[in-house]
Design a binder for this molecule. Sequence first.
Ligand SMILES: Nc1ncnc2c1ncn2[C@@H]1O[C@H](COP(=O)(O)OP(=O)(O)O)[C@@H](O)[C@H]1O
Ligand SMILES: [Mg+2]
Length: 239
Amino acid sequence: MEACRTNDGETLLKAVGIRRVFGKGQTAVTALADIHLNVKTGTLVALKGRSGSGKTTLLNILSALDEPTGGQVFLQNREITALSPLERSRLRRKELGLIFQSFGLIPLMSAYENVEYGLRIAGAPSSGNREAAIEALEKVGMKDRMKHRPMELSGGEQQRVAIARAIAHKPTLLIADEPTAELDSRMGYQVMKVFRELVQKAGMTIVMTTHDPGIMELADYVVALEDGRIVTQNQLSAD
Ligand SMILES: Nc1ncnc2c1ncn2[C@@H]1O[C@H](COP(=O)(O)OP(=O)(O)O)[C@@H](O)[C@H]1O
Ligand SMILES: [Mg+2]
């Protein structure tokens, strides 16, 4: 199932009435109250909100890492909240690309080896992995530095390698939790430019979180969360 431009404008990801309560009884915390979200194919959606507003909890549910207390999530009309744990982990490996604040690269491996290793974890047949890894590194502008290890790269470059690892198996959806939080504004902007290019040229769909207003300007939609509820949804650019 490849992300393709012919699906433009169709709903790729849909959340219906998502609720997530941690704990029980008097100490229960309602992290998400009643979240409804529609993400169209080929768009970049940024979730914003103060620390503790529920952004990570929502991304974890959208990426099938966590299960909601109530509500449903659909990816391409398949209800992912109804899948077994095994099916969920297969979905994450094959169809999603995950990116985190802390990059998560393996220090002893070169940029290329990190991406190629990611492909093996995704269960890709080994033939063609080399080409797929190099193609992904090229897309994020890191092909000529692919022999470098993470410590020889800047934070922004490491995050671009992590993006290459997340897209090498051609996922349907990229999910990124605070991908620019550890970067200065120039490097954060470079990472966002890579995201924009992936959306515009490859038809990728991206859901990310951020606090940074400058970063949000590069999103197609900004969704604001407050105390586990969506308070506003804005369309920024109509490209
Ligand atoms: N595993 C957990 N157990 C208990 N409470 C949690 C857990 N994860 C998150 N929370 C609570 O849920 C709320 C939302 O957290 P989170 O989604 O991490 O917010 P954000 O990513 O916007 O900072 C917070 O009140 C947080 O303390
Ligand atoms: Mg968070």
